[in-house]
Design a protein around this ligand. Sequence first.
Ligand SMILES: *[C@@H]1O[C@H](CO)[C@@H](O)[C@H](O)[C@H]1NC(C)=O
Ligand SMILES: *[C@@H]1O[C@H](CO)[C@@H](O)[C@H](O)[C@H]1NC(C)=O
Length: 206
Amino acid sequence: MKSMRLIGSLSCIMLVMAISAVAQPSSSPAPVLDSAGRPLQRGVEYYINPAITDSGGRFTLINRNGSCPFYVGQENVSGLEGLPVIFTPFVEGETVIRENRDFRVAFSAATICVQSTAWKLGEKDPETNRRLIVTGEDEGSRKARNYFRIGKASVGGDIYQISWCPTEVCPICKFDCGTVGNLVENGKRLLALDGNVIPVTFERKA
Ligand SMILES: *[C@@H]1O[C@H](CO)[C@@H](O)[C@H](O)[C@H]1NC(C)=O
Ligand SMILES: *[C@@H]1O[C@H](CO)[C@@H](O)[C@H](O)[C@H]1NC(C)=O
């Protein structure tokens, strides 16, 4: 009887310990998970896939109009190769990509353009009034245009959306934040803020 009670209170203590181990301190938000449920890591190659069929293929570099720099866009259809990206958290020493934390993201690829393959928020496109994602280095002192973040999409599961809102890079700045969607220009799919949103998944390159 006595030992039963002891086991009962022990398991109660263990339950409390398990709950507090699961609860994340607010200073380290949940890691972003890849399509196999593993946390995204700094310096590892991932393909970015649209979570919904019908919204184009994997993310890749797009030669928008025959000149440099290349733009960030998508394969026209799913099933094509695309290009992997590498994430680098803004916080030095952080090895995991966490929800709503700033990172640089660059295609792991070489192009004929001399520019880097890092994603950069571009100027507003006059035709569509949307801001495209281009490649290159932000020449500003904070390089804020080179920092993006990932948040959970409302659909649930390990499905995410990518946005530009670099408040870790500059906490006092007022950004016109936006979430990544796409637009089609001359048959080419370009990523753009200020419109639709593409939910995505991250597939670790084998
Ligand atoms: C490409 O776009 C740039 C910027 O809009 C423009 O100045 C240039 O003339 C275009 N080049 C071609 C080949 O269409
Ligand atoms: C998608 O199709 C357009 C039009 O045929 C083509 O110009 C473009 O290069 C294609 N995109 C990719 C990523 O191959």
